[in-house]
Ligand binder design. Structure first.
Ligand SMILES: [Zn+2]
Length: 359
């Protein structure tokens, strides 16, 4: 028998491979901001640093980071604000001149720093001042444009430093929104499994299990989530981080983003500036959980307990816009198959909104 013939008789050659990017140092807890010089030293990232923060977050933590690092590094600073794309360009130019980049702030600042670091090929350290969504440790960033938010490739953080004291002092609405973003994992996973069964989409059991476990732990601890408590900040920040790791393992946002996220992105376009990312996802999760035949009331009740909105009206969106968003959701990233692709009509969307978003 020829060599080719023998090869044909063998079972399929193993050809799988995977490249995961995870942070190297993760420091979460009380007063950990003070650890930033030690973290930077541990990582040996260069002699100069660009610190990006926001108008308010610079006072909250940015200045402190500048002071802590100024004895050890050449420190350049940039305050993010104004037109997001202009800010990213400025940040990118400044990042090229620096050894590494630190983002100190909320979602917008972290995303700016992450994109600038990616484009300038620099390492990035994430210092979140709020726990409002699971982007604090992920490799994607969302940028608002005239056509709604676009998701861009970005530098995953080499380190995350999350000070629970700072996060607890942020407005509770931000923390509640972060919780809702994690609760959304419940249906993101169901959508992923549905797409796997129906269309053969590859699934990562590790990513899926981690994402599910993260959502379940938060779900069980919903009673502990209270405004301005460091314990709450601790629970939510760990969960957001864990959700980010699930995405890193999967190599995509699939474990934490399904139909409820597509609904939220549709709302970004149809009702710009209404509600926070996690809030919109939480509201969407109620409907997608109902459609999956799951315990949508438990989702709604845990959102309520945490202090997150459960109806479009609570974020200033009328029912008809919510219906439009449910229908438009399937046009966003159409390759990502979800329960909202399973024959939803305008009529059914209307009755869902009416039935599930009653006070
Ligand atoms: Zn999200």
């Amino acid at each position: 028998m020829s060599a080719d013939g023998i090869n044909l008789l063998r079972t399929k050659v193993f050809d799988k491979s995977k490249w995961m990017q995870l942070p190297r140092d993760v420091v979460i807890g009380h007063d950990v901001l003070e650890q930033i010089p030690a973290v930077c030293e541990d990582l040996t990232l260069g002699e100069s640093v660009l610190i990006i923060s926001g108008d308010q977050t610079r006072d909250v933590a940015g200045k402190r980071v500048e002071t802590l690092l100024s004895g050890f590094y050449d420190v350049a600073t940039l305050t993010a604000g104004g037109d997001p794309l202009e800010t990213i360009k400025k940040a990118e130019a400044a990042a090229v001149e620096a050894g590494f980049v630190i983002g100190v702030g909320g979602g917008r600042v972290i995303d700016t720093a992450k994109i600038a670091a990616y484009n300038a090929d620099r390492h990035f350290i994430s210092v979140p001042t709020a726990a409002s969504h699971d982007g604090i440790a992920s490799s994607r960033a969302s940028v608002p444009t005239a056509d709604g938010n676009v998701s861009l490739a970005a530098e995953p953080p080499i380190a995350v430093i999350a000070d629970t004291g700072i996060i607890a002092s942020a407005p509770h609405r931000l923390l509640a929104s972060g919780c809702a973003d994690i609760i959304a994992n419940h249906t993101a996973i169901l959508d992923w499994e549905l797409s796997h069964r129906l269309r053969g989409e590859p699934i990562s059991e590790y990513a899926l299990t981690l994402s599910r476990m993260t959502a379940e732990i938060l779900f069980r601890n919903a009673d502990l989530i209270k405004p301005h408590s460091e314990e709450s900040a601790w629970i939510v920040t760990k969960a957001l981080f864990s959700s980010g790791v699930a995405m890193s393992i999967a190599g995509s946002s699939r474990p934490a983003s399904g139909g409820e996220h597509k609904f939220a992105h549709a709302l970004d376009r149809l009702a710009p500036n209404m509600g926070l990312h996690g809030e919109k996802c939480g509201i969407g999760t109620i409907i997608t959980m109902y459609l999956h035949g799951g315990d949508w009331k438990a989702i709604r009740d845990s959102l309520r307990k945490i202090g997150a909105p459960t109806t479009p009206a609570e974020i200033g969106v009328d029912d008809e816009t919510a219906v439009e968003a449910l229908l438009a959701a399937r046009t966003i990233r159409p390759e990502r198959f979800t329960i909202l692709d399973m024959g939803l009509t305008r009529e059914s969307a209307r009755s869902l909104v009416k039935m599930l978003y009653r006070e």
